[in-house]
Design a protein around this ligand. Structure first.
Ligand SMILES: Cc1cc2nc3c(=O)[nH]c(=O)nc-3n(C[C@H](O)[C@H](O)[C@H](O)COP(=O)(O)O)c2cc1C
Ligand code: SF4
Length: 412
């Protein structure tokens, strides 16, 4: 066993995570046509549960099916109840320890029009869709509350109300949403959606043991994006995101997962890669800023740690041992920038990574190469997973490139 801060327990709400390593939400687009988990979904999560992270986030699961980003996305609707319950029960048998938190989402303007209804709050160039009415947004809020109740009844430990990465939560929160309506214009009106969501979710699941929180983009990196100073400037201004996380805390958030960017528009910011690894340092700043404004009992989860690997990376001016994932995770936790750290792509590359690091077997970890070929699979609407360490996904990608040719997304 190790004495690293990363592998010490932490209290989240009334629950305990056995360590501070978190599996980030990672969509894999491998549900069946009803939005239920398939044997492939089971296989992925069983491995993650064997990996012994303190917290495992379920990938973005859609609160509605008519508007969704992935063709084979999981959904959390009444007809999914039994399948989701069996899913949780199977995973808890593999390992009862990890807290299992579901990321509830609505994709809004990122819903794919080829197979679903694209909707928006204010048309963004390249992402136009049907403009949502107030009553449609209220219906969506009901769907989130329904999703949370299904998650609770299925045995999940909590929900992550997704407010990041350009999905509907972001679309409503961003200054670009300057349309004058119940959920747009002033910050009070734009943030009201998130607070209404929290209130409705808590009403649907009054159990105080059930965790609520959000993954939040602090700066989206587009004009008028989340964390900018106005509807037509890209200048970073954290006033609103920091006010938001404080407001979420007041409305019952137990955790905030800090993120940045929008994988459709500013991918290197959302998933720091070899082109601009320094974006990972910006994530540290966002984690620290969030940590500073919250009460000690509201935990902060930092994301975007895959880039650090085993120190074999492009970060300049540091010895190899001072630029590893373990180095930055332990340092940032020790120095109070964040309470837990999450891995996204690294969990694809090696789902057993947390257990290996805990057991002092870092040399056995298959480190993510940051090639973003898994992202290319997702953009191609294929089953997503690690192309480098799993032949099955390498084959899917090769076939798709052969049959469908090049696409706009350029991996690293
Ligand atoms: C294939 C793929 C799927 C993803 N799916 C989700 C998702 O469902 N929800 C989410 O919030 N972020 C998603 N992300 C972003 C990751 O959770 C994470 O924020 C990002 O990859 C940065 O972390 P990392 O550097 O550890 O990979 C996805 C990223 C990739 C590459
Ligand atoms: S495909 Fe590349 S970026 Fe994705 S998990 Fe595997 S090594 Fe990492």
């Amino acid at each position: 066993m190790t004495n690293m801060p990363l592998f010490t327990p932490v209290t989240i709400g009334k629950r305990t995570a056995v360590n501070r390593m978190v599996i980030n939400a990672m969509e894999c687009n491998d549900a069946d046509e009803k939005g239920n988990p398939t044997p492939k979904t089971y296989g992925r999560y069983e491995k993650l549960f064997q990996g012994s992270a303190g917290v495992i986030f379920l990938e973005a699961i859609s609160v509605g099916y008519e508007s969704r980003a992935r063709k084979n996305q999981l959904s959390v609707l009444p007809h999914n109840k039994d399948a989701l319950k069996s899913f949780v029960s199977a995973l808890k048998k593999v390992n009862p320890e990890p807290l299992f938190i579901w990321q509830l989402t609505h994709s809004g303007e990122l819903s794919q029009p080829d197979f679903s209804r694209r909707v928006c709050v204010k048309p963004l160039p390249g992402y136009e869709g049907d403009v949502l009415t107030e009553s449609e947004v209220e219906e969506i809020i009901d769907r989130f509350a329904q999703g949370a109740k299904i998650a609770y009844d299925s045995g999940a430990d909590g929900v992550d109300i997704k407010l990041c990465h350009g999905y509907l939560g972001t679309q409503i929160l961003r200054p670009y949403n300057d349309r004058e309506w119940k959920y747009g214009g002033s910050w009070d009106k734009r943030s009201r959606f998130a607070y209404d969501l929290y209130d409705r979710v808590r009403e649907a699941v009054p159990d105080p043991d059930f965790l609520i929180g959000s993954k939040v983009t602090l700066w989206e990196g587009i004009p008028g994006g989340q964390g900018t100073a106005g509807p037509d400037t890209a200048v970073m201004d954290l006033t609103e995101p920091l006010d938001l996380v404080r407001g979420l805390e007041e409305h019952g958030a137990h955790f905030i997962m800090v993120s940045a960017g929008n994988p459709n528009l500013t991918v290197a910011l959302a998933h720091p890669d070899r082109r601009i690894p320094e974006y990972a340092y910006l994530h540290h700043l966002f984690q620290q800023a969030t940590r500073k404004v919250l009460k000690p009992e509201t935990v902060v989860i930092g994301s975007a740690y895959s880039i650090f690997r085993d120190g074999n990376n492009n970060f300049p001016a540091a010895e190899k041992e001072n630029k590893t994932l373990l180095y930055w995770a332990n340092k940032n936790i020790r120095e109070g920038l964040t309470d837990l750290i999450a891995i996204g792509r690294q969990s694809f590359a090696d789902p057993l990574c947390p257990a290996k690091l805990r057991d002092g077997k870092a040399e056995e970890v298959s480190w993510c190469t940051l090639c973003d070929l898994c992202m290319e699979l997702l953009v191609r609407q294929k089953h997503a997973g690690c192309v480098v360490y799993n032949r099955e996904y390498a084959h899917i990608l090769a076939e798709s490139r052969k049959n469908e040719g090049n696409i706009e997304f350029k991996p690293v």
